[in-house]
Design a protein around this ligand. Structure first.
Ligand SMILES: Nc1ncnc2c1ncn2[C@@H]1O[C@H](COP(=O)(O)OP(=O)(O)OP(=O)(O)O)[C@@H](O)[C@H]1O
Length: 318
């Protein structure tokens, strides 16, 4: 138990018939963090999310949220969490306020608390101007915002978001993430999110876990995972070299410990390295010293997409 962590999982397993959907998963999720879970279809994301959200039980291991056991203290845990599923769970024949009042009653909140928190959230999610319009007239983005606002009505300590931006245009996705991270920072809400839009996580996530076949493969900040699990690509083109210069460059590059792989041709050099920027500047200096006429150089820095591709595609080279 530690005040620093909002969610802890110790050796958690979940079995469906013969399928081991979660295999001894251990994780610690910091209070106030935005924690992303990524992995391919069937990896175990929904299974893990539903255990945390108290919608199913672990077969082995323990899970705590805010130091409460999700199995033996389920009622207390439910007061501390909010959930937004991929499909909006709002009713469209009422207004935003109708939806908020119904949710408030379910959360056992009194009218003044519903009004106070409802006004705050409608403003945060830019829905205050349309709060008395029928939700059926809202765009997909507005419905999603309302759905998330409702999940935050009872001020949960943890918000679970399952693919929150699916089907939204890039601008709506950005706006939504901005609002969610503002609320998380201001209120200290821990956000647990699954998404297939990895670049969004790059901008907002504090930590990310990679999951596949029910096992957590790695956990770290987006930057840590990129540095550890993906590589930068460097491409340099120059005027045609003679064979002795090719050999000289080849030897120099072979001795650079940060280089994972390289390919040299008479007019170009490609390098794969975890430290692209560093390698590129060293190399350019070396080439200039050796009077190589450089035509152009390009550095493609690794992203979370590369982390995904190198860990979850068959050959890692797609
Ligand atoms: N109720 C169930 N009964 C049997 N098998 C299940 C059940 N729920 C999940 N599984 C299996 O457990 C594994 C993990 O499924 P899960 O839905 O957690 O994956 P996921 O990462 O959420 O996938 P997706 O990205 O497609 O939603 C899969 O092999 C799935 O077929």
């Amino acid at each position: 138990m530690c005040a620093h962590y909002e969610i802890t999982l110790n050796d958690v397993s979940k079995i469906f018939g013969k399928k081991l959907a979660l295999d001894k998963v251990s994780l610690k999720i910091k209070k106030g963090s935005i924690f992303g879970l990524i992995g391919p279809n069937g990896a175990g994301k929904s299974t893990l999310t539903s255990l945390l959200a108290t919608l199913s039980l672990p077969d082995e291991g323990t899970v705590t949220i805010s130091d409460l056991d999700v199995v033996s203290q389920v009622k207390q845990v439910r007061k501390k969490i909010g959930i937004t599923f991929q499909e909006p769970s709002i009713f469209t024949t009422g207004t935003a306020w109708d939806n908020l009042f119904i949710a408030g009653k379910i959360y056992d909140m009194n009218i003044s608390k519903i009004k106070e928190q409802g006004e705050y959230l409608l403003k945060e999610f830019n829905l205050n101007q349309v709060s008395n319009d029928l939700v059926g007239t809202y765009s997909g983005g507005m419905k999603r915002k309302l759905d998330i606002a409702i999940s935050l009505l009872h001020k949960p300590e943890v918000l679970f978001l399952d693919e929150p931006t699916t089907g939204l245009d890039p601008e709506s996705r950005n706006t939504l993430w901005q609002i969610i991270s503002n609320i998380s920072h201001r209120e200290g809400t821990t956000i647990f999110v699954t998404t297939h839009y990895l670049e969004e996580l790059n901008n907002v996530a504090t930590d990310i876990a990679l999951i596949n076949n029910g096992k957590v493969l790695d956990v770290g900040t987006p930057k840590e995972l990129i540095n550890k699990l993906a590589a930068d690509h460097i491409e340099i083109h120059y005027s045609r070299l003679n064979s002795s210069m090719i050999q000289k460059i080849d030897e120099y590059v072979s001795n650079m410990i940060e280089v994972i792989n390289h390919k040299i041709k008479p007019t170009s050099l490609t390098i794969i390295s975890s430290k692209g920027q560093q390698i590129l500047s060293k190399l350019l200096k070396f080439l200039i010293r050796n009077e190589v006429e450089i035509e152009f150089s390009e550095l493609k820095q690794a992203t979370l997409n590369d982390v995904y591709l190198s860990n979850f595609t068959e050959k890692g080279d797609k």
